[in-house]
Write a protein that binds this ligand. Sequence first.
Ligand SMILES: CC(C)(COP(=O)(O)OP(=O)(O)OC[C@H]1O[C@@H](n2cnc3c(N)ncnc32)[C@H](O)[C@@H]1OP(=O)(O)O)[C@@H](O)C(=O)NCCC(=O)NCCS
Length: 165
Amino acid sequence: MENSLNCSIVPAVASDADDISSMSARLIEEGLPRSWTAWRVGKYIRNKNSVVLTARIDNVLVGFAIMHFKDHEAHLNLLAVEPGYRRTGIGRSLLCWLEESAVVAGIFLISLEVRADNNDALEFYADLGYRETGLIPRYYDDRFDAALLARDLSVGGVAGDSIFR
Ligand SMILES: CC(C)(COP(=O)(O)OP(=O)(O)OC[C@H]1O[C@@H](n2cnc3c(N)ncnc32)[C@H](O)[C@@H]1OP(=O)(O)O)[C@@H](O)C(=O)NCCC(=O)NCCS
């Protein structure tokens, strides 16, 4: 998928694991013990019940997302876009791609956790139709609370159209 930004959204391959892990450490796990090692990301890339997506501009990684599919629910593990490319629709397009995959698999419930103090992400998910369903105190490193979010795709469809088609 491409648009005028020349951004392609494509499934990750094994050789992307290092870059995705570094990006997660820098953009998502900042200040926390690193849990998404390259080995763990590689496991998700290989797992047939997971989808790991990359967003690339001129073949440079500018975003990624990881979703794991269970029987009746899909869990969004990670989603990040490089700061210089935010608010251009890349995050929405990654999520839209994953939501469409869930619907094709007959799964309509998407869940995720996000740091309760991550206002940018909370605004993003709220805009895309996600609702807070709970709070887990001290979920991250026994220090930071997690907000639980969910979206029922049977109500209102997927998160708008990807702009990268
Ligand atoms: C959250 C994140 C993935 C959003 O990615 P993005 O590519 O900037 O999002 P989009 O451009 O697709 O935004 C879609 C809509 O979400 C909302 N939105 C996104 N970022 C927002 C912000 N910082 N403040 C308010 N609304 C925001 C807007 O309504 C936006 O539409 P608009 O730009 O037309 O107003 C990005 O900010 C990020 O990587 N953050 C750091 C990592 C992170 O916190 N990940 C989530 C936890 S795993």
